[in-house]
Design a protein around this ligand. Structure first.
Ligand code: PMT
Length: 398
């Protein structure tokens, strides 16, 4: 029943596994989904649009225009209509174009306009799948948040045996159903997320800041929204796009601004995740005009303590779930435990600057989650999207 009324774009590119796409389409329609098929020109060589439009009850889209009527097919509208896009089969060429934004057919333009979650089910010969180029493209897509449905090992169209067979339609449907149940799992929950750095102004042209890009916090906001939560994202200065879904973003500059925004929204929330890298000190005075360089000598600046947002919220958290981060360079676990205690957190996410795949501005992170009850879970290095999934799983697990 979870598929009932869901809008799915089914992308089909030119691989022999396209014959299985008819079964996949049939299963989705039988489950109650509305499916719009979008094909690449070579996809049509493997299975006819007539078969697919008969199964979906909608004309298949594959060209930018319908030749005889001149009707324009809007990839943007398709992107807005869909709740999910699934590309099955996804050939090496289609994966490469998706990863690199080569928008030379309707399927890729639709993908580039997609605001919804995207899944790909690769299908190709074993050597093509194993090639560094395909693996590089898959890694790029994964970092962009695309869900990869790994191909299976078995006999391939070439009669060689190896990894490259598209996953079976029944299993793809199971993954789609799991995605939609995940989407609804946090329906009705409101979560506050802080992200990025804070800037503490020295004068109109200078500030004290740090290297946080906001990637970790934005990945968390995106993951929460994907699961149906309403997210208030309080973001320090960073240039990332707001994740899709119910995310209302409040841009702030300094720690004091961030605290005000958090205090204004905390009472209304069920949980808060504080992933921002907040400056602990700010200049006592912010000069109104640009500070001039003296002819000689050094300069001194007095710094005063910033408010601690986590501690402030921790004091009035009631039964809200409060999650902090700890960015450490040494005595990691001990320091993280101290922060969890002092700030009255329910859970702390430890990442260490000693890990080359963790921390500021990386696309990956390597975390240990420590819960109030003492349980510790260490994870291998993963993309920040996947790390966000692990954190949210751990917060809301039954
Ligand atoms: O943004 P990215 O480039 O993706 O990088 C992600 C990250 C490294 C910034 C993130 O993973 C992370 O570790 N964030 C917390 C960084 C930090 O400031 O850690 P901390 O150990 O100094 O602070 C502990 C906790 O107290 C944090 O939850 C922090 O948000 C909070 N804090 C700290 C100081 C302060 N004045 N107020 C706070 O609320």
């Amino acid at each position: 029943m979870i598929l009932k009324g869901k809008h799915i774009v089914l992308g089909i590119s030119g691989g022999i596994a396209a014959y299985k796409s008819a079964t996949l389409l049939r299963l989705l329609v039988k489950g109650g989904a509305e499916v719009q098929v979008v094909m690449t020109p070579s996809g049509k060589e493997f299975i006819t649009p007539v078969t697919l439009s008969a199964l979906s009850g909608k004309p298949v889209v594959s060209e930018f225009f319908t030749a005889n009527t001149g009707e324009w097919h809007s990839h943007v509208d398709l992107g807005l209509w869909a709740d999910l896009m699934v590309i099955a089969p996804a050939t090496a060429s289609t994966l490469g174009k998706m990863a690199n934004g080569i928008a030379d057919n309707m399927l890729i333009t639709t993908y580039l306009s997609a605001k919804e979650h995207v899944m790909v089910a690769p299908s190709m010969d074993l050597d093509m799948f194993a090639s560094p180029s395909t693996q590089r493209n898959l890694a790029l897509l994964k970092a962009d948040g695309v869900e990869i449905i790994e191909p299976k090992s078995g006999e391939l169209a070439s009669h060689l045996v190896g990894k490259g067979r598209m996953e079976e339609p029944e299993e793809i449907v199971r993954r789609i159903e799991a995605f939609f149940s995940r989407c609804e799992s946090l329906g009705g929950k409101k979560v506050l997320v802080t992200a990025g750095p804070t800037y503490e102004n020295i004068d109109p042209v200078r500030f004290i800041g740090n290297y946080s890009s906001g990637k970790m916090g934005f990945a968390l906001a995106g993951e929460l929204a994907r699961r149906g939560a309403e997210v208030t994202l309080v973001a320090g200065p960073c240039s990332l796009p707001t994740p899709p879904g119910k995310v209302s973003r409040i841009d702030v500059v300094s720690a004091k601004d961030m605290l005000s925004a958090c205090e204004a929204h905390f009472d209304d929330c069920d949980a808060a995740i504080l992933s921002a890298a907040v400056a602990d000190y700010r200049p006592e005075v912010c000069a109104e005009s640009k500070i001039k360089r003296e002819k000689e000598g050094d300069m001194e600046m007095r710094l005063v303590r910033n408010p601690d947002i986590a501690s402030t919220l921790g004091k009035r958290k009631g039964n809200r779930l409060l999650v902090g981060f700890a960015l450490e360079t040494d005595n990691e676990v001990e320091n993280a435990l101290g922060k969890m205690e002092r700030k009255n957190l329910d859970m702390i996410v430890l990442n260490s600057l000693k890990d080359p795949e963790a921390g500021f501005n990386k696309d990956t992170n390597k975390i240990t989650i420590i819960r109030r009850d003492g349980e510790q879970m260490s994870f291998p290095s993963k993309s920040k999207q996947e790390v966000a999934g692990d954190i949210v799983d751990c917060m809301f697990r039954q």
